[in-house]
Design a protein around this ligand. Structure first.
Ligand code: 3PG
Length: 400
């Protein structure tokens, strides 16, 4: 982006592909981390006199306009953060987008409506995606890719559009790649990885790769129960991916072969009912050993013994990568596991990277100071796929 600015962006229309995919409660943004992360790039371009056109997806609408997924709240928040009026186009390449972007003065900013309201954005068909990218290209002179959270998607605005315009990477992408790259190179040991979240299948590739890099892998969250089942334990009605049990067994064997400590919860909080996340009514969970989950209950957080165990396993870490909450942290009765891991990361004298929308949001929603962590990534799937060693379409498109 600095090269682009040096060449002169004043008076030019610069398309910034951001990731403004923030969690919403109705129209209220519950965590604005992703907007704050890309705001400096937008401010920098505006200060250099560019006409900045910001575009993003939000959620997974079905290729047609859907008010529940409007980017209007994100545009408003961006305006507050920038301290300037931000125009909003109510479509992506239609009448409103053309009119709003053509009226921008130098240094002004506009946000387009959700790119996924157009089926061409996510189409698997190259021609359909290309046609949408052609339309987007007409709105701008230059392209800046800075939506790190979406770089693993081969989508029109991420992959096809930069082919059509002179392009550069923004500061957020540069920072994210710089940090994640460090984790793939020489890391300070012990290198401890904490993985949580719902599904084993989402993390297959990364576990595979991390088994070659990490010294310890601590497992929590919904994915822990498939590993516990693989070890022959009853997991009741906990989240279970039966088809992944053979894969879990393979990982456990591979960890042993490589001398990687693979740690599973020792105790868990269980309940017959999923907690009410709206009212946050007391859930009254039971505490059981992880090999004694009753048949009619599900595990919803790691227990106190596991919290202590994981804190001890993190205490001497040199490097930590954490992805995925330890339990249903949105409910106070099931937030302690995630809180304990966040606190252990802060207490350790380690380089700490938190990846994944949920864990990043959890850290902030649970009241931790995000600046106290080494790096909080805006990428969930993107950071995992980067660490898997995959080629990410949105980075490849910016490389030449
Ligand atoms: C994310 O939240 O990980 C990114 O915004 C990508 O969203 P997606 O998984 O819907 O493509």
């Amino acid at each position: 982006i600095d090269d682009l600015i040096q060449d002169g962006v004043a008076g030019k229309r610069v398309f910034v592909r951001a990731d403004l995919n923030v969690p919403l409660d109705g129209t209220a943004i519950t965590d604005d981390g992703r907007i704050r992360a890309v705001q400096p790039t937008i401010a920098k371009l505006a200060a250099a006199g560019a006409k900045v056109i910001v575009a993003s997806h939000l959620g997974r609408p079905k290729g047609a306009p859907d008010p529940a997924f409007s980017l209007a709240p994100a545009a408003r928040r961006l305006g507050e953060l920038l301290g300037q009026d931000v125009a909003f186009a109510t479509d992506t390449v239609g009448e409103s987008a053309r009119s709003v972007t053509s009226q921008l003065a130098d240094g002004q900013v506009a946000v387009l409506e959700n790119l996924r309201f157009n089926a061409g954005e996510t189409s698997k068909d190259d021609a359909e995606r290309g046609a949408f990218a052609d339309q987007l290209a007409q709105l701008a002179d230059l392209y800046v890719g800075d939506g790190f959270g979406a770089v693993h998607r081969k989508h029109a605005s991420v992959f096809d559009l930069p082919e059509r315009l002179p392009h550069a990477a923004g500061d957020l992408i540069a920072t994210e790649v710089g940090v994640l790259k460090k984790l793939t190179e020489d890391v300070k040991r012990p290198y401890v990885v904490v993985l949580g979240g719902a599904k084993v299948s989402d993390k297959l590739g990364v576990i595979d790769n991390l088994l070659k890099k990490a010294d310890r892998i601590l497992i929590g969250g919904g994915m822990a129960y498939t590993f516990l089942a693989a070890k022959g334990h009853e997991v009741g009605i906990s989240l279970l991916q039966k088809d992944q049990i053979p894969v879990c067994l393979e990982y456990l064997a591979e960890a042993e072969k490589r001398g990687v400590e693979f740690v599973l919860p020792a105790d868990v909080l269980v309940s017959a009912d999923f907690p009410d996340l709206k009212t946050k009514a007391p859930a009254h969970p039971d505490l059981v050993a992880s090999d004694a989950i009753p048949a009619d209950k599900e595990g919803l957080d790691i227990g106190p013994k596991t919290r202590e165990l994981y804190a001890a396993k993190l205490a001497d870490a040199g490097t930590v990568f954490w992805n995925g909450p330890m339990g249903v942290f949105e409910h106070p009765d099931y937030a302690n596991g995630t809180k304990a891991v966040a606190q252990a990361l802060l207490d350790a004298d380690a380089f700490t990277v938190v990846g994944g929308g949920d864990s990043a949001a959890a850290v902030r929603l649970l009241g931790f100071d995000e600046n106290a962590f080494g790096h909080i990534s805006t990428g969930g799937g993107a950071s995992l796929e980067y660490l898997e060693g995959k080629t990410l379409p949105g980075l490849a498109a910016l490389e030449d």
